[in-house]
Design a protein around this ligand. Structure first.
Ligand SMILES: [Ca+2]
Ligand SMILES: [Ca+2]
Length: 224
């Protein structure tokens, strides 16, 4: 099982590094959507995080790659709603000719070992070059990302299974322009939506609260 997931993780790591190389090429049309994928796919985010740790540990070459694979294996197990975990399990159960009782125990062991919630990634690139990515988790929560033509993150929105949402809009330099919350679950009596807008210095410029009864409260701090 471990070897199976490691093989898949290593080939994903290859494609991750290829994407990084593509980004280093000047004038690639593919660059914006490629950056968007690198920034929003949970496995690639994990690679970026672990690669940094490997670098801090002074690891290079195959030792570095091995470190990344070992520390991303559990993340690979979550990918595509446990597609690789479950396929490997079925293969192992079949080829080792386990009895029904053994197979049940083995499946349980695997599910307990690689237990992080699964997810799927869906993405779309539009005619104007901007892109939209949805990471849908097994528990019903979704993280949505939008990126512009050049791959700058434009927005990020987390939608919980109960409908509550929290999100942000970003300027091209990564600065937060606004934060918003939506009480989709209807369990917060004091608001339906609330939005805070920030100026270039990060100061609160504007707060807009819409209540469940349709009334609205706005506060203008009149910043730049
Ligand atoms: Ca709520
Ligand atoms: Ca409410």
């Amino acid at each position: 099982m471990q070897g199976w997931l490691d093989d898949e993780t290593a080939s994903r790591l290859d494609s991750y590094e290829l994407r990084l190389q593509i980004n280093a090429l000047p004038g690639s049309e593919y660059k914006g959507s490629n950056l968007a994928v690198l920034a929003s796919n949970p496995l690639y985010q994990r690679f970026a995080e672990v690669a940094q740790q490997a670098e801090a540990l002074g690891l290079t070459g195959s030792a570095r790659n091995q470190y990344i694979v070992e520390n991303s294996r559990a993340d690979m197990g979550r990918d595509s709603n446990h597609f690789y975990r479950d396929n490997a399990t079925a293969h192992i159960v079949g080829t080792t000719q386990m009895s029904a009782a053994e197979a049940a125990a083995y499946r349980e062991h695997v599910a307990n070992t690689f237990h992080s919630p699964g997810y799927t990634v869906e993405s779309q690139t539009y005619d104007d070059g901007s892109s939209h990515v949805w990471v849908r988790h097994e528990d019903g929560s979704v993280i949505e990302f939008t990126h512009d033509l050049d791959g700058h993150r434009h927005s990020q929105n987390e939608i919980q299974a109960d409908g509550d949402q929290t999100g942000a809009f970003y300027a091209v330099d990564g600065r937060i322009i606004s934060l918003f919350e939506t009480d989709g679950a209807g369990d917060n009596a004091d608001y339906n939506t609330r939005t805070a807008t920030y100026d270039a210095q990060g100061r609160t410029d504007w707060i807009d609260v819409r209540r469940d009864d349709g009334t609205r409260d706005t506060t203008d701090y009149d910043q730049d």
